[in-house]
Design a binder for this molecule. Sequence first.
Ligand SMILES: NC(=O)c1ccc[n+]([C@@H]2O[C@H](COP(=O)([O-])OP(=O)(O)OC[C@H]3O[C@@H](n4cnc5c(N)ncnc54)[C@H](OP(=O)(O)O)[C@@H]3O)[C@@H](O)[C@H]2O)c1
Length: 365
Amino acid sequence: MSRRVEDNLFPAHRAESLMRRAIGLTEGTVPHPNPRVGAIVVDPDGEIISERAHIRPGLPHAEAAALAAAGPAAEGSTVICTLEPCSHHGRTPPCVDAIIEAGIARVIVGTVDPDPRVSGSGLAALRAAGIEVVVGVEEDAVRANDPAYFHHRTTGRPFVTLKMALTLDGQSAAADGTARWITGPEAREDGHRLRAESDVILVGAGTVIADDPRLDVRLDGYDGPHPRPVIVAGTRSIPETAALMSRDPLVFTAGEQQAGLDGVAQVSVGADGRVDLDAAMTYLGEQGYVSVLIEGGPTIDAAALASGVVHRVVLYYGAKFGGGTGLPAINGTFRTISAAQPVTIESITPMGRDFKVEASIEGAN
Ligand SMILES: NC(=O)c1ccc[n+]([C@@H]2O[C@H](COP(=O)([O-])OP(=O)(O)OC[C@H]3O[C@@H](n4cnc5c(N)ncnc54)[C@H](OP(=O)(O)O)[C@@H]3O)[C@@H](O)[C@H]2O)c1
């Protein structure tokens, strides 16, 4: 629940709209495994002095960057930040130190940082320095802006999105295995934005063998990091010439290592040629991966849904009919109606001639 700000420096609704603005500053940032954070330095009349977001790991945190941009004008002002300022030394010094040194009078925070290294200690340090601290402004919106970070820091596991491109009648490829392209350029571009937000892209052996994908981010002007490719291998050999091999892939196997993949990281989770996807997600979370995007194919999609690891589904429906059975969206058995997985439709968005459906799944691991 968001808390309203009653203050004597500027009106409460201004703090709430500034917090929404701070959230907006994070658009297009790729900071994982760090959180998406925006910060604004505001003078006592509510005028913005400076504003910044944390753009990538290793670059300055939002609060420190906004204070540096404000310079001496920050003294006596308010800092609005989406997340509790950090109090520990990471790749950059603690933001609470920068706030105290800048002579800030008040800090308005969206929500407490669930990271055990912070989790209230940043707020305590600010209060101990005599700074007024308000917490819980637009809290739900802040959490919704980076669900993967909050999920990872509270469970230790990654937030998993399953993405599929389907014909309007639910086919993920034609009978001959061809799937390029089911959707038009707008939907495909949106899919690349989804990749840019993800730390990992996971595909099954069947997709690597059939499509030889690169799984990188291809957006005009994009210069951010690319998600690490993860291959779920089974009984067939993954070709050592696969395009993904030049992108430092991680291969999950079920038992024996895949031969011929010299220098490729391989982790065994599972047995009998079937990777245990729940254990695979646990491993990825332990490695610090915050968000995983599953890009199929239908056999891995079915296994991921059945193992309860999927939190969100993103379906791109192309304005095309397959007109028969090619490859299904999900290669499993829909046994009986009571076995259907209930979902919450979060949004339906037109994309050129196509459209996107986002749905969340309650109770995923
Ligand atoms: N429209 C879309 O959004 C989309 C996206 C991706 C792919 N595709 C299409 O999908 C097709 C490939 O799909 P696919 O179903 O054949 O392959 P897949 O889902 O990419 O890979 C499945 C394979 O993964 C291995 N595996 C290891 N552990 C597993 C587990 N626990 N559960 C299930 N599989 C496991 C098995 O390999 P072994 O057989 O070697 O044991 C299995 O056959 C291609 O035609 C591609 O174009 C479409």
